[in-house]
Design a binder for this molecule. Structure first.
Ligand SMILES: Cc1cc2nc3c(=O)[nH]c(=O)nc-3n(C[C@H](O)[C@H](O)[C@H](O)COP(=O)(O)O)c2cc1C
Ligand SMILES: CC(C)CC(=O)C(=O)O
Length: 331
């Protein structure tokens, strides 16, 4: 691992309350998928093309995937994350500890709003209006969580609630207990996605797709794009690594909508592999949390800078080109 990322992770581990560290680091069940997400990248290799000049690939195809409760990592919470963007997209979690309007106001890049559809449609609609008023550029509906994942580390620690003074601020004044509504997980259908689309002009992405047939349905139901994701190994501990699921989804979608990959991306090389396999971009979860915990906004910036530098170097080594035929198995 890049020594800067390793250093930020170690510092995060040292400064965080161990219960909060485990909330961020942990996965579901036996954490098999958590481990596989990273290991699957190690099993892939790139065959560079030569004598192609500098090629044409430009840009940095990385975004920040939504993660909850940034104030557990740093007192400035999502404000610090948002200040670090420098043009990178932040997908801000519905479970942010800073209201979405303040996240967008602090951001140095586009902000998208992640949400879980709520059983009470009026609550979903209120969240959408908050995101729209704040100036979010897209909605990302997470669809891999009909029920909460079971995180053994949290269960062992008895970690079920935020400490006093912290809250999921986007859920305030939505007529729950003391005006703060709990985030609920519930099973929905494609009709619910259509209903959401009918009340907003924002592009609606779907996050947490692994089956190629669902990717086809997503395109058919007007999703602006999809995230191939297993929620960083925090939902069903029986699924493939995210990068293993990517090629079949890319084939099924056949270019109709963009496909983002998240889960286990830890280097610019991993970003390059995801792009070569057909992802439009790679999403980062935990590395951003480690940067944030270790050094606030500056730490997040360092994570993005390291990945950008590594990615550009790998692409230059590959003749400015990344395509599926260049990806082979190491074993
Ligand atoms: C601590 C933590 C909180 C998360 N919170 C959310 C969330 O609120 N909404 C969501 O859609 N995904 C959430 N995720 C999943 C991430 O968006 C992403 O899919 C995952 O972290 C990517 O894997 P990585 O951590 O290996 O990069 C969370 C992940 C972690 C680690
Ligand atoms: C508020 C939680 C449901 C956030 C989440 O998605 C996670 O911890 O994985």
């Amino acid at each position: 691992m890049n020594p800067v990322l390793a250093e930020l992770h170690e510092k995060a581990r040292a400064v965080l309350d161990p219960v909060h560290y485990d909330f961020f680091a942990g996965g579901a069940g036996d954490e098999i998928v958590l481990a596989r997400n990273e290991a699957a990248f190690r099993r892939l290799a790139l065959l560079p093309r030569v004598l192609r000049g500098k090629g044409i690939r430009a840009g940095f195809p990385v975004l920040i995937s939504p993660t909850a409760f940034h104030k557990l990592a740093h007192p400035d919470g999502e404000l610090a994350t948002a200040r670090a963007l420098d043009g990178t997209v932040l997908v801000s979690s519905m479970a942010s500890t800073v209201p979405i309007a303040d996240v967008v106001a602090a951001a140095s890049g586009p902000v998208w709003f992640q949400l879980y559809l709520q059983p009470d449609f009026a609550v979903t609609e209120a969240l959408v209006r908050r995101a729209e008023r704040a100036g979010c550029a897209a909605l990302v509906v997470t669809v891999d969580s009909p029920v909460f994942g079971r995180h053994r580390r949290d269960i062992e620690h008895g970690f079920h609630d935020l400490p006093a003074g912290l809250a999921a601020e986007n859920m305030r004044d939505l007529a729950g207990v003391n005006g703060l509504r709990r985030i609920e997980m519930s099973a929905f259908t494609w009709e619910d996605v259509e209903r959401l689309r009918s009340i907003t002009s924002l592009p609606v992405w779907l996050k947490g797709i692994l089956h190629p047939a669902d990717a086809v349905l997503a395109a058919g139901h007007g999703a602006a794009g999809i995230f191939v994701s297993n929620h960083g190994g925090r939902q069903l501990d029986l699924v493939p690594a995210a990068v293993e699921a990517l090629p079949a989804v890319v084939d099924a979608v056949a270019g109709r909508i963009p496909v983002v990959l998240d889960g286990g991306v830890r280097s610019g090389g991993d970003v390059a592999l995801a792009v070569a396999l057909g992802a439009s971009a790679a999403g980062l979860g935990r590395p951003v949390l480690w940067g944030l915990a270790a050094d606030g906004s500056h730490g997040v910036r360092r994570v993005l800078d390291v990945l950008r530098d590594e990615f550009e170097h790998v692409v230059a080594m590959c003749g400015g080109q990344l395509s599926r035929d260049m990806v082979v198995s190491r074993c």
